[in-house]
Design a binder for this molecule. Structure first.
Ligand SMILES: [Zn+2]
Length: 208
């Protein structure tokens, strides 16, 4: 924050708690003091934000003799994701975006890949848990925009099937879910058919 902005903020501003002594005055706070102040803030009621934004990212190696599952759809290909679960890069990414929007632990913390319970698990299980936590927090999906990055095969023939599965899981209108696919211009592991990645952004709306 620029000095001019800081200096003009009223003391009653919502930013006031963050403008106390410390880095904003050019004097680095002691880590213990900073943590103590953070704990004081955490003890207060969290703000009931009307919107929350979350971002998810995921990447998996592609290996022969594995199924390629994206958005709950099994896609014919010469290789699939190497993963502890079914390796659904899109669902993992959406789960992390939802959990991120809610400031909850990420997918790796909730479903550790060294837990035999999740070996070969369908990623819809993770989706259902993230959606349950979203509902418990009092939020619904506003919209979702995802970009899957893979050199091949083409995702377009499968987009509608993927969208139908996501709409059902999220109880969302189709216009609120957008799935895009891009190649990686034959560059790096993504472009050489050795990996698949995904980015997702979600907007959650507070239930009225
Ligand atoms: Zn994953």
């Amino acid at each position: 924050m620029a000095d001019t902005q800081r200096d003009t903020l009223p003391t009653g501003s919502r930013f006031a708690p963050f403008l106390g002594r410390g880095i904003h005055e050019g004097q680095p706070a002691q880590p213990t003091a900073r943590r103590a102040r953070c704990q004081v803030r955490a003890a207060a009621s969290p703000p009931a934000l009307p919107f929350r934004v979350g971002h998810g990212f995921d990447l998996h190696r592609l290996e022969p003799d594995r199924q390629l599952i994206i958005g709950g759809v099994t896609i014919p290909h010469d290789r699939g994701c190497d993963a502890h679960s079914d390796g659904d890069v899109l669902m993992h990414c959406i789960v992390d975006a939802i959990l991120g929007a809610l400031s909850l632990p990420d997918i790796g913390q909730l479903f550790p890949d060294n837990d035999p319970k999740w070996k070969g698990a369908a990623s819809s299980v993770f989706m259902k848990e993230a959606i349950k936590r979203m509902r418990e927090a009092g939020y619904s999906l506003g919209n979702l925009d995802a970009t899957v990055i893979l050199q091949r095969p083409k995702l377009s023939p499968h987009k509608e099937a993927i969208k139908a599965i996501l709409c059902e899981l999220l109880e969302a209108h189709p216009s609120c879910i957008n799935i895009k696919a891009k190649t990686h211009e034959k560059v790096d592991s993504l472009g050489e058919n050795r990996s698949v990645a995904c980015h997702t952004v979600v907007l959650l709306l507070k239930d009225s």
